[in-house]
Design a protein around this ligand. Structure first.
Ligand code: BDR
Ligand code: CA
Length: 305
């Protein structure tokens, strides 16, 4: 399956990239970066570095630094760390991003092979929204847009209404939900239920080979944030679970319909779902234990990379 991953690394984004590499199900056509968990500069450096280290051999395009509509976004280092990877410092990749920006890269790549490339968006949706706004053919050329985002029948994580990727650019989210032809969304309904625990981390580290110190540091930082919120069972596998919904769709139940994104007031970023014929489906339930097992067993191959 050909995919482009749009990402704001971020601990769970890094875990998703590990899964993308080890699952063997994807041809990674490229990666695009976006502001979100970290600044755009850090997101691009982290994406380049992960791509190099994992041997993706795929171009990276730098994306947007701020949301549409003029709301200024500031990263929250308390969740993922100052440079996105726990207490690890700034990454210094050897490679550089392509000259095109992320939106043009998405447009060009999908136009080369219409109907073949799936875009997996793991951060705020501005790059995808820009691509939809710039080129009307883009919506037709994409195979599917797979989103980690939204809270459909469950509370948010920024506040009781909104999930972070949608809240961090609610205007772009509305552009995507209104203009895209085919969307699969995996939101907090599922990803807040699939937590990795300290025990799970020990087993990940055991099989991680030279990645062990990196994973241990990142995940301990991320687990500490969850613990500080009173969630001691573990930390959310948001972005990896989104990729798993593509590789193991039989582990998920989806509901089809439409989404409107609330733009004003205290519920800004709320994803309001209407069941029926529509351009999107969201994961309404999943086999939580089996999804976690899929993640942990797949990552056992990391030492061989
Ligand atoms: C989403 O927000 C980010 O912090 C995570 O990487 C994930 O994509 C979860 O709400
Ligand atoms: Ca993310």
């Amino acid at each position: 399956m050909k995919i482009i991953i749009d990402t704001d690394p971020g601990v769970d984004d890094a875990l998703a990239l590990f899964y993308a590499k080890t699952c063997g199900a994807f041809e990674i056509v490229g990666l695009t970066s976006v502001f979100g968990n970290v600044s755009i500069e850090t997101a691009t450096e982290n994406t380049l570095w992960m791509s190099e280290q994992l041997g993706f051999d795929a171009p990276v395009a730098g994306g947007a630094r701020q949301p549409l509509g003029g709301i200024q976004h500031e990263p929250l280092p308390i969740i993922h760390g100052e440079y996105g990877f726990g207490t690890h410092g700034r990454r210094r990749p050897k490679t550089v991003a392509v000259e095109q920006d992320a939106a043009d890269f998405l447009i060009e790549q999908t136009a080369k092979t219409p109907g073949e490339i799936t875009i997996v968006a793991l951060g705020p949706l501005v790059n995808v929204a820009e691509a939809l706004n710039r080129d009307t053919a883009f919506a037709e050329n994409v195979r599917e847009i797979v989103i980690m985002g939204g809270a459909y029948n469950t509370p948010g994580n920024v506040n009781q209404y909104a999930e972070a990727n949608i809240y961090n650019d609610s205007i772009s989210a509305e552009v995507v939900f209104s203009k895209a032809k085919k969307i699969r969304a995996v939101g907090l309904d599922i990803t807040d239920q699939i937590l990795f625990s300290r025990d799970n981390l020990s087993s990940m580290v055991k099989y991680a080979g030279s990645w062990a110190p990196f994973i241990k540091n990142c995940c301990e930082y991320y687990l500490a944030f969850y613990a500080s919120k009173g969630i001691t069972a573990g930390a959310g596998l948001h972005d990896p679970v989104t990729l798993i919904s593509l590789v193991r769709p039989e582990l998920f139940n989806f509901k089809t319909g439409n989404v409107k994104v609330v733009q004003e007031g205290k519920a800004r970023g709320l994803t309001r779902f209407t069941l029926g014929n529509g351009n999107m489906k969201y994961a309404a339930s999943a086999q939580h234990d089996a999804v976690l097992r899929e993640f942990l067993e797949t990552l056992q191959r990391l030492a061989d990379i």
